[in-house]
Design a protein around this ligand. Structure first.
Ligand code: GLU
Length: 444
């Protein structure tokens, strides 16, 4: 059986790293098994769903290289949900309820007050035709619950959590449809997973109870249930569920020059027993991806770890990988010269300017100024085809007696306007003879 996974975000907000992690694991599992990865927009909530959020979901997934094989929108599939609803209703698995929200709240409070679990009492199943007619006459319209089968224990072998067991008698019959006919998440999702032939549902552990309920829906619809993997949640580096993670969007990471592959590499491994490894390509993550290696403890997402990994990955990029985004005129030699100094790609322009100029003017004492005059004269006579930095410093050492920092630092400062930076041996040929002489001769 071929693998079909899906990522099912609601377009009611921007994706954050937690969502992306779920999307990635679905993508990885499908890719590893030559399967299909579906994108399903859970947009049944017409009021909260927005086109710009849907656009942003597409853009974020594309940025991360997680391309869906096919896309669906729940708002275009209401006929399917209606048909499933009608069948379940005819089979007595869906029933109308007339309680108001206040009445339900009161029932809950009473049960809780008695120290009992706040389960729905199924009072609606006992209503007489006359009572129902009475409610309808009052203008009440029903909401609808799915009737759990209390005699069918709920069990599955979770790919991450292992064997799971729920007693359906300890769960409330879930509301699946509101008074106004709109859908809650539960049934449409099960209908879609069945209809789309989804074989693996990978999502956060906040959905474990939903899975129990949905397994009974699959059975009631006569559909085969997919396998399930429920992932432990993501926490911040301090080990707590953090607001920050819930609002850390791809825009923010992009603005901080985090490479998509760095985020992918980190999210593929945190929460597993495997080390995070720097890679430059998604395919390098496929072989070791295994739900069995995910633990039940929360996965720690550490922004500093991401920044370090990002730097390691940038240092692995070859010219072809970055060429398209480099400043005009920057060739392979220049890329290789500055690459070791980058924390992230946002610093490329800066170092390119150190090569191309203008560079900042540094002021020197009289001694160093005289030394730089000698340097300028020496530079004019150098063989620039060979190794100009080696030749320049060797000759200056001999002519001036300077060595170490006294020799190198003023040269670097005059040539680059900075105290630190890429190897001068790599930079100087890129700066070139003319610019080098001009920078060495320039004084404040
Ligand atoms: N739209 C649901 C959510 O974002 C989908 C959950 C699922 O994967 O089934 O929580």
């Amino acid at each position: 059986m071929s693998v079909v996974t899906r990522f099912a975000p609601s377009p009611t907000g921007r994706l954050h790293v937690g969502n992306i992690r779920t999307a990635l694991h679905n993508w990885l599992y499908a890719a590893q098994n030559d399967g299909r990865f579906l994108l399903r927009l859970d947009d049944t909530d017409a009021e909260r769903s927005r086109a710009d959020y849907a656009d942003a979901i597409h853009a974020d997934l594309a940025w991360l290289g997680l391309h869906p094989h096919e896309e669906f929108r729940q708002s275009e599939r209401f006929a399917l949900y209606d048909a499933a609803f009608d069948k379940l209703r005819a089979a007595g698995r869906v029933y109308p309820c007339y309680e108001t929200a206040r009445e339900l709240e009161l029932k809950r409070k009473i049960l809780l007050g008695r120290g009992r679990p706040p389960l729905y009492d199924r009072a609606a199943l006992e209503l007489t035709d006359a009572q129902i007619a009475g409610f309808e006459a009052e203008g009440r319209t029903p909401h609808w619950r799915f009737k759990l089968d209390h005699d069918a224990p709920i069990e599955w072998d979770d790919l991450i959590r292992g064997p799971q067991h729920f007693d359906p008698a300890l769960l409330s019959d879930p509301v699946i449809r509101r008074e106004d006919g709109s859908w809650l998440y539960m049934l449409p999702s099960a209908v879609d997973d069945a209809e789309m032939g989804v074989t693996y549902v990978v999502r956060g552990e906040d959905h474990v109870t939903n899975t129990g309920l949905q397994l009974q829906m699959f059975a009631a619809m006569g559909a085969e249930a997919p396998a399930f993997a429920h992932e432990a949640l993501l926490v911040g580096s301090e080990g707590k569920l953090s607001k920050r993670l819930g609002s850390l969007t791809m825009d923010e990471l992009r603005a901080r020059h985090i490479e998509p592959i760095a985020l992918v590499a980190l999210l593929a491994r945190i929460g597993t027993s495997d080390p995070v490894i720097p890679v430059t390509d998604h395919s390098a993550l496929l072989d070791d991806f295994d739900f069995g290696r995910f633990g039940r403890a929360p996965a720690r997402f550490d922004e500093e770890e991401l920044a370090r990994l990002n730097q390691q990955i940038v240092h692995m990029f070859d010219y072809e990988a970055v060429e398209a985004g480099l400043p005009e005129g920057m060739d392979e030699r220049a890329w290789e010269a500055i690459r070791p100094n980058l924390h992230h790609m946002g610093e490329v322009d800066d170092w390119w300017q150190v090569i191309e100029g203008p560079v900042e003017t540094v002021s020197f004492d009289a001694d160093s100024a005289a030394f730089l005059d000698t340097a300028a004269a020496t530079a004019a006579d150098l063989d620039w085809e060979g190794e100009p930095w080696k030749a320049l410093t060797a000759s200056l050492k001999e002519r001036t007696g300077r060595k170490g920092k006294a020799l190198f630092l003023p040269l670097r400062q005059a040539l680059t306007g900075r105290d630190h930076g890429p190897e001068m041996a790599a930079l100087l040929p890129l700066i070139g003879k003319e610019r080098a002489i001009a920078r060495l001769s320039r004084r404040r």
